[in-house]
Design a protein around this ligand. Sequence first.
Ligand code: PHE
Length: 445
Amino acid sequence: MKIARFSRLGFILAAAGSAVGLGNIWKFPYITGEYGGGAFVLVYLFTVLLIGFSIMIAEMFIGYMGRKDGVTSFEELAPKNKNLWKLGGFQGLAGLFIMIFYSVVIGWIFNYIVSSLIYLPSSVKEAELTFTTMLHSDFLTQLFYHSVAFLWITYVLTKGIKSGIERLNFYLMPTLILILLGMFIYATTLDSFSKAVEFMFSPDWSKINSEAFVTAVGHAFFTLSLGMGAIMTYSASMEKNSNLVKNAFWVVFLDTTIAIVAGLMLFTFLYQYGSGPAKGPGLVFISLPSAFYEMGILGNFFAVIFFIALAFAGLTSSVSLVEPMVQYFIDRFNWSRLRASVSMGLFFYLFGIVAILSNIDGYEELLTWGDKNFFDWVDYITAAIMLPFGGLIMAIFVGFVIEKQRVEAVLKPQLGFAFEAWYFSLRYITPVAMFIVMLNLMGVV
Ligand code: PHE
């Protein structure tokens, strides 16, 4: 059987499609708001360059060399203790878990695309009411749009690498980039643009504490899709003789640029028409719609295309979150792609319903443990613990376990004199940073 491989551009678009997601457009602006702007952005940029970029190359390397699902790739590349190392591949499960809430959020976005056509809230208060009513009492709307997301994502996965994933990204990514660029250019013409630039780039170091630091590092992982095997699984279908370093550079570059562009644009709108850099997850669902309202009919147009762009970002990331486990069942259990995609889809679909219920009045108490409900627990455990842990495993695996000559043979020609610096970062800087992040997240330091 001929193995389906991404085209050169197809790979970059798909990997960038994985990286550019809700993390860039929804999460990055609101955490930047929460932690006070400039200094936080600098820590994030620094982490992306120093740690994110290194692990991106390492993760691509494992997939590219292994050529199979994550579990098999780890198993084949480990010189010994194969049964232990293959567990590294089960990080793919984190993607399925992330999908439990990711698909629900994409559902909210679908709902906002439709409703913004005719309605925008006239004040932040009203916007808040609209959002919380949906969240806490409108089970059916959430279920409906979550179902649409599930069907779309699963359908694309059944079509495979070429006519499913590559095609989806081929259309959605350029559209997403055009929409954001268009809105960004409009934002640069507004007075408040300079305020947004100042907010994002003039660092106030007094705002940085260990929590902000850890959040920035954790977010660098989440936004680059690292530590769970999405990039690794895609890299297994990379063309032979690809330049991993160049590919990693493009993914990191696109992901970071889009986050910065989205942030600048949103903050400009919020300064110009709204309440300033609002804090919290409600930023795009609460503060932004009421800012759009102030723009009049142009606001409706912007709201609709903005939520379309956000949905596209989410969908292209979703397929990469599920694909590792789909690939696993195909490679290891000989399942058909159809069977694997539908089974994995049903998994996140059904648990997603539980996630919706965990926000609904009356069910919330049943589905809350400690200070978080089911939805928040899944978010926390995956993004805060599983991804950094996965990144740590990959750094150690490529840095210490795989024979150095093997790594050198592929990457030295591509990295040139920077090879040793990269290898050092992978072996020492990354593990130490990841370890601190994990301890902090678990409340130890
Ligand atoms: N990078 C995606 C985002 O920013 C999320 C993601 C994480 C996707 C891990 C794949 C793997 O939204």
